[in-house]
Design a protein around this ligand. Sequence first.
Ligand code: EPS
Length: 375
Amino acid sequence: MKLTTAGESHGKALVAIIEGLPSNLKIDIAEINNYLALRQSGYGRGARQKIEKDEAEIISGVRNGLTLGSPLALIVRNKDYENWREYMAPEGADVTKKTLTKVRPGHADLTGVIKYDQTDARNILERASARETAVRVAAGTIAKQYLRVLGVEVSGYVKSVCGVKDENFYPFEQLSAAKSKPLFMLDDGLEKQAMAKIDKLKSEGDTAGGVVEIRVKGLKSGFGSCMQYSTKLDGILCGAVMGVQAIKGVEIGLGFGAADVCGSKVHDEIYMQNGNYRRKTNNAGGIEGGMSNGEEIVLRAAMKPIPTLMKGLETVDYLSGKPVTAAGERSDVAAICAAEIVVESVVAFTLAEVVSNRLGGDNMREVTERYRALR
Ligand code: EPS
């Protein structure tokens, strides 16, 4: 299975092409659109989300709700394109307007203009923008539908916002409640504190990041491999999640915390339960030796604060070389709920890729039979 995306933030549409989906997978478009709406939600989002109402349109690869085994193509149109057509159209656009040369620290702007030999950072930021994640969510929701057939569920919630941290442990079944909360946080008191923090940052023209926790339940052991570095499941998952805009850190299980305590406090002791091997704890986050071990996969990702600040940071104008205040366009104050949905989707797609690489299968009957046959 493979995903390719295309599209600029203020261009006509975002595009996703998924190759390698088996035939006869039931596609639930309502669930895809629900996840797209969730990605747009959350306390601290900016004015752009009032313009967009993301909806996926499947272009190919599905007939009457079932995949055909052919590449699945889908688009999400950018409603804001109507306001930007004049400047963004593939032909006859006025590229002298909406230029950006006051390159923003923390963005792709400066390195991108140099690398791609541009004079206008718009030619960089339009693609670097996190708007692209809309179609990764659509693809990730399809991956969830594939995994669900095998009994694998992916869920998550927001663990911290700009230093307001929820240290509680929640059973998997409680996680879905987060999606109906303003900041996807499960502790009401901490969520209120985090919202107050966002309000304060907004009034100061500043932005916030946070941490999301993603959990995967029901994946059998043995996915990923200990035989070659590039096939280790933790490496594959962390690499994919680091590829999400604004993610600066990923950990599995105890993660960085494992470095601070002795081995007997880290490694999960093994016992037998009804003929199955179990672990007394899950500090490994469901992955040992680069392979799933049958316990829940626990992954946390840290999002940096959004780099477009209303108050603007010090920078240099790319054309004049003079010191200026960075471009302060409209911006989200926090997009941590979006990050939760995106990381959840990327984890789902990456796992579906790993599962389909191991099982193969041209149709869902083959896939489910092969999965069932695993120990
Ligand atoms: C983004 C900047 C903002 C965000 C955008 C990502 O867009 P604009 O410049 O149009 O105000 O709203 O995110 C989305 C549009 C989205 O759907 O997530 C950026 O610079 O990354």
